[in-house]
Design a protein around this ligand. Structure first.
Ligand code: SF4
Ligand code: SF4
Ligand code: SF4
Ligand code: FES
Length: 354
């Protein structure tokens, strides 16, 4: 021991951890898997689902996401007893909710589904009263909420409170009546939600999902590509997901960027213009008060003659450019370069400044 390090044994192997770390953090830091559901590294610890239980010193069963490491501690992450406990927890979660993965928005991208597969649990015909809560399909611009798939892990509650600092979600009711509720109204669209989508990104099941992706492709059908958000100077890094038809269907905050995985409503949902059928594909020139389609040569010749005329008559500072957040960074760079080097003015502005 030294430098704040702790030595403990996990599954018979001696490992080191930092003082103050939990068993889960120590295990993950040493490449050892422990399943979790309510835990997420971006929010405070809850210790609610108990799927992460481990055996300590051959006698105590504790939740590894909340239990700190101590010097000389001996941890078993998955013996027969632990597996039985985890199976029981998963069986209860499945029994309570409506988990028909075939029709679920999270199929293939669900932490509950992965754990049920790992531990060999299938939905049973149990008599446990099933959740039959109304599905909120479309009250919100971007979110869909199906509480029948909610496992009450609380990740959305904490994500909204601690990351977006909105406190939209909370729990109401007790026992089998416990359920998720939003502020102001049961309908998420009538609540104070600002549609940042963080709760959806953090939900481990299909209880919360993005409307834009519904019916357009399940997790394994989508291709990921990373880009930078075009809307403001923060420059959030976004993982965009494209379906088989090449449509952009989903945006997730990327953990590598300055946004640390978070997005606001613009980065999250503001990509629909890319495939809008209202986009101009040909230049338009106003003739006799009407906009008419023109060739690129005709349009460029017109712009050159107009700009040259204004510059000659009134000087370069009589011209300014106003560029768009919907263009790429490179396109915006080119426009300011054109204004400075070709026109000869510093009159350059951008809508993201407003
Ligand atoms: S939430 Fe997960 S386990 Fe439940 S139906 Fe959806 S994919 Fe299956
Ligand atoms: S979308 Fe954002 S603001 Fe709305 S409930 Fe989820 S985390 Fe809170
Ligand atoms: S909606 Fe999702 S994140 Fe929120 S409590 Fe239910 S399962 Fe957890
Ligand atoms: S992950 Fe540890 S209690 Fe839920």
């Amino acid at each position: 021991m030294g430098n704040g390090n702790i030595t403990l044994t996990i599954n018979g192997e001696e490992v080191t951890a930092q003082k103050g770390q939990t068993i889960l953090e120590a295990a993950r830091g040493n490449g050892i898997f422990i399943p979790t559901l309510c835990y997420h590294q971006k929010i405070s610890k809850t210790g609610a689902c108990r799927i992460c239980v481990v055996k300590i010193n051959d006698r105590m069963i504790k939740t590894s996401c909340t239990e700190p490491v101590t010097e000389g501690m001996k941890v078993e992450t998955e013996d027969e007893e632990i597996v039985e406990i985890r199976k029981g927890i998963l069986e209860l979660l499945l029994a309570e909710g409506d988990h028909n993965c075939l029709y679920c928005d999270a199929n293939g991208d669900c932490e509950l589904q992965s754990l049920c597969y790992r531990y060999g649990i299938e939905p049973s015909g149990s008599d446990f009263p099933k959740n039959t809560r109304e599905i909120d399909y479309d009250s919100s611009y971007g979110l869909k909420r199906n509480e029948n798939r909610c496992i009450l892990c609380g990740r959305c509650v904490k994500a909204c409170a601690e990351i977006q600092v909105k406190n939209v979600w909370s729990f109401a009711g007790r026992g089998s009546h416990a359920h998720l509720t939003s502020d102001i109204s049961e309908k998420i669209g009538d609540s104070s939600c600002v549609a940042c989508g963080t709760c959806v990104q953090m939900c481990p099941t299909g209880a919360l999902s993005f409307q834009q992706v519904l019916g357009k492709g399940q997790a394994w059908e989508l291709t990921k590509s990373s880009s930078i958000c075009i809307y403001c100077g923060v420059g959030c890094k976004i993982d965009f997901y494209t379906n088989r038809e090449g449509q952009l269907v989903k945006a997730l905050g990327c953990d590598d960027g300055p946004n640390n995985g978070h997005l606001c409503v613009k980065g999250r949902f503001g990509f629909d213009f890319v495939q809008s059928d209202k986009r101009l594909k040909k230049p338009l020139i106003r003739k006799n008060g009407n906009l008419e389609e023109a060739s690129w040569d005709e349009a460029l010749d017109l712009v050159v003659s107009k700009f040259s005329g204004y510059k000659e008559k009134n000087g370069p500072d009589s011209i300014m450019s106003f560029s768009s957040a919907k263009c790429t960074n490179e396109e915006n760079y080119l426009l300011q370069k054109f204004m400075r080097a070709v026109i000869g003015t510093n009159n350059v502005d951008h809508c993201a400044r407003l």
